[in-house]
Design a protein around this ligand. Structure first.
Ligand code: 13P
Length: 302
């Protein structure tokens, strides 16, 4: 089926009462794990990378967006599932434009420091440029709070204002709107309190697909409810990294690494390869979300 427009995937989900998942990857195993789970469940899926991960100013070794774009596109094209490729949440316009040239068929700009007007101007420009080459544009209105695991606190955040959201969508022409409805980024302990009345109102007033970020911190029941109320894309990240790290941690604890052939630990594949088990651990988590948000067994319908 190959690379499919994110717009198409979200709208199919919206019209058929389920949500499609975006599962954020960071390397080869993690992106392949998402596709493994999609193929095992016959599910459409959105794969991709975080713009702040690739474009972070704190990186000691700089990354090249073309490596990630070409890689993601090739993986999508080789799969039989309908797959979109998103460059998510970047502060950098240039990175997003280069990402679109590199093969990402969906992009999202994010910067909580901007005024509404500044955000409108940037997204208008992105929409004009991206639509010319058939790339979907997602944007956010309201500010998602971040959980801080070190201090066990939740920082920042501002719920989406309906009038502002309607105005923003109208002025920019974006394809999908990420909203702040009680969801929290990076939340590992406890669960977010979603504002279902706000979700209902947003769905009633906003004409484009709505996106729920912060999937890790939402309970299964609340996720189901949010999807039933019209959320048609759910973003998941932190829990996948946790699954990867835990799997490797367990492997290192259980094996006598010093006395093992390094090629058996990494690179050869098979049962003793710790990156294979880490990949499988990510796929398990992705599969759980696919079941909750209802996109399993939908691939053949698209
Ligand atoms: P979590 O890391 O909280 O699951 O959120 C991911 C996300 O929203 C990426 O856009």
């Amino acid at each position: 089926m190959a690379l499919v427009s994110m717009n198409k995937l979200m709208n199919h989900a919206l019209n058929n009462n389920y949500a499609v998942g975006y599962f954020e990857a960071w390397n080869m195993e993690s992106i392949l794990a998402v596709v493994d789970a999609a193929e095992q469940t016959n599910s459409p899926v959105i794969i991709g990378f975080g713009g702040q991960f690739i474009g972070s100013k704190k990186r000691t070794i700089k990354e090249n967006i073309y490596h990630y774009g070409y890689l993601g596109k090739a993986i999508a094209q080789q799969s039989k599932m309908p797959i979109a490729l998103l460059l998510n949440e970047s502060h950098e316009i240039d990175l997003l434009i280069n990402g679109a040239k590199a093969g990402f068929n969906a992009i999202m700009y994010e910067n909580h420091e901007l005024t509404l007007q500044e955000s409108i101007e940037i997204n208008k420009y992105l929409v004009k440029t991206a639509h010319y080459i058939d790339v979907t544009v997602e944007a956010e209105i309201g500010k998602l709070p971040d959980a801080d695991i070190a201090t066990n606190t939740i920082n920042g955040g501002q719920k989406t204002d309906i009038d502002e959201a309607v105005y923003f969508v109208d002025k920019t022409g974006i394809d999908a709107l990420a909203v702040s409805v009680g969801n929290v980024h990076l939340m590992e302990s406890g669960k977010a309190q979603l504002d279902f009345d706000l979700i209902r109102l947003l769905r009633k007033n906003i004409k484009v697909p709505l996106v729920l970020h912060g999937g890790t911190g939402i309970s299964d029941e609340d996720l189901k409810e949010a999807v039933a109320l019209g959320m048609c894309k759910v973003n998941v990240g932190t829990i996948l990294k946790r699954a990867y790290i835990s799997s490797i941690q367990q492997y290192l604890k259980q094996n006598d690494i010093e006395n093992m052939d390094p090629h058996k630990i990494i690179g050869r594949g098979g049962e003793s390869d710790m990156l294979c088990s880490a990949r499988a651990a990510i796929a398990v988590e992705v599969t759980k979300f696919i079941k909750i948000i209802g996109c399993g067994n939908k691939a053949h319908l698209i």
